[in-house]
Design a protein around this ligand. Structure first.
Ligand SMILES: Cc1cc2nc3c(=O)[nH]c(=O)nc-3n(C[C@H](O)[C@H](O)[C@H](O)COP(=O)(O)OP(=O)(O)OC[C@H]3O[C@@H](n4cnc5c(N)ncnc54)[C@H](O)[C@@H]3O)c2cc1C
Length: 390
């Protein structure tokens, strides 16, 4: 079957460009013809990705800063912990887009188009991408656009919304070796509410005011809380704001599909494929794992739809359970995270949140959260899952 391209990548954000980069790094796949379509040119530093990992990945060269020591604060718990296995890392989107685009520019078989995508179909063994200008055919389409997202509403979705300020203080005030993962010493009237403090030098840090709730706040409310926290909690009076970042990540119980229109040739990746962790919003590492598996499958001429392992189904159930507890408001998020950090080694919590814990670690984590609401939500989510399967 003749096609215009071997692979079409629809959406060139985190997932699309991660897939492109990994395809081009692979000796067996780097000569394939690849079309990348996005409605915008990705070059702005439009977000900051934080994640944790063991060792180094192909993105180590653009890691802006990493922390081996993290802190957790709530009114009841204050913990500083040094990581053994993991490092908590920060990458800026501008560096990521530049890295991948510059590498891709050295390949003649990669074509970029700036067009709005309208639809995708499969016909006669070809996948077809329909844009505002044209139709393109490919062996496979990898979709990370927002065109086919499942319905999200206040019943099934919490919004993780945040305003981050990169600030520069006029004197050394930070210890750049220590990052604050969560500081819950804030009013919780809107839902789960905490601050990140991630210093990149003794004078510079990303301070991010983060909430999980049904709706976003007025912009002024984020600015007010950040200003107040920087001055009252951190004691910094003189500083400049270098950069502001606002974001909304859906944390959802909605069913994300692996494919579009049941076609094995049109595969969802990124947030569109359900790779945003429902209970935390972390996406970066889950995208990397998924696109690596896709590349591995393509290399061995296997269809690129990655089936859920038993392990990933189990973690999806944990995620849905935690999110269900948060949505039902039976226990506050602050209490849940406080209980987790009080009773578990923080590194084990990170393993758990990375879908990488062992039986005993999970057992301990399950035992450190309030039994009844988690049992109720866990059973509810199991039954709902069974219903959607039937
Ligand atoms: C500000 C911000 C900060 C974040 N921080 C973190 C973090 O610290 N750690 C973490 O793990 N996750 C984080 N996330 C969550 C997640 O990692 C990002 O949202 C990530 O960019 C998702 O990758 P993606 O490829 O699925 O979507 P995107 O990166 O958004 O890419 C989708 C692309 O599709 C394009 N597109 C959409 N519709 C169309 C269309 N119809 N036609 C053509 N093109 C289209 C868009 O222009 C976009 O370029 C953050 C998200 C935001 C918004």
């Amino acid at each position: 079957m003749k096609v215009d391209y071997d692979y079409i990548i629809a959406g060139s954000g985190l997932a699309g460009l991660s897939l492109l980069y990994r395809l081009l790094l692979d000796k067996d796949l780097q000569k394939k013809t690849i079309l990348v379509v996005d409605k915008v040119k990705k070059s702005d530093n439009d977000r900051t990705w934080c994640y944790w990992e063991e060792g180094e990945s192909i993105f180590e060269g653009i890691v802006r800063h990493k922390w081996a020591t993290l802190q957790f604060f709530s009114p009841e718990v204050a913990k500083t912990f040094t990581l053994k296995k993991y490092r908590y890392k920060m990458i800026q989107a501008g560096d990521f887009y530049r890295l991948v685009m510059e590498y891709a520019a050295t390949f003649e078989n990669v074509t970029f188009k700036r067009e709005a995508i309208l639809d995708m179909n499969e016909k006669d063994g070809q996948s077809i991408l329909i844009t505002e200008n044209k139709q393109y055919t490919g062996r496979y389409i990898f979709n990370s656009t927002t065109l086919f997202l499942p319905e999200m509403n206040t019943q099934n979705t919490l919004l993780q919304h945040f305003m981050g300020w990169f600030i520069k203080a006029d004197s050394p005030v930070f210890d750049e070796k220590i990052g604050t993962l969560m500081d819950f010493r804030l009013e919780q009237q809107h839902g789960v509410t905490f601050m990140y403090v991630l210093p990149t030098s003794s004078t510079e840090a990303l301070i991010e005011f983060t909430l999980f709730s049904e709706s976003t706040l007025e912009k002024e409310a984020y600015n007010f809380t950040l200003k107040d926290y920087i001055s009252s909690e951190l004691g910094i009076k003189n500083y400049k704001i270098l950069h502001k970042e606002f974001g909304v990540i859906p944390m959802s119980l909605a069913q994300f599909s692996k494919t579009i229109k049941n076609s094995e040739r049109i595969v969802n990746i990124g947030t569109a494929g359900g790779f945003t962790k429902a209970s935390t919003g972390y996406t970066f590492q889950f995208v990397q794992k998924n696109v690596s598996q896709i590349v591995e499958r393509l290399k061995f001429q296997k269809p690129p739809v990655v089936d859920d392992s038993w392990k990933s189904k189990k973690y999806a159930w944990y995620d849905r359970t935690l999110l269900d507890v948060l949505l039902s408001k039976k226990v506050t998020g602050r209490y849940i995270f406080e209980s987790l950090f009080r009773k578990n080694s923080p590194e084990k919590i990170l393993s758990f949140l990375d879908n990488d814990s062992n039986f005993w670690e999970e057992f301990k984590i399950r035992n450190s959260v309030p039994l009844l609401p988690f049992m109720f939500s866990g059973i509810k989510q199991l039954l709902l899952k069974k219903e959607t399967k039937d």
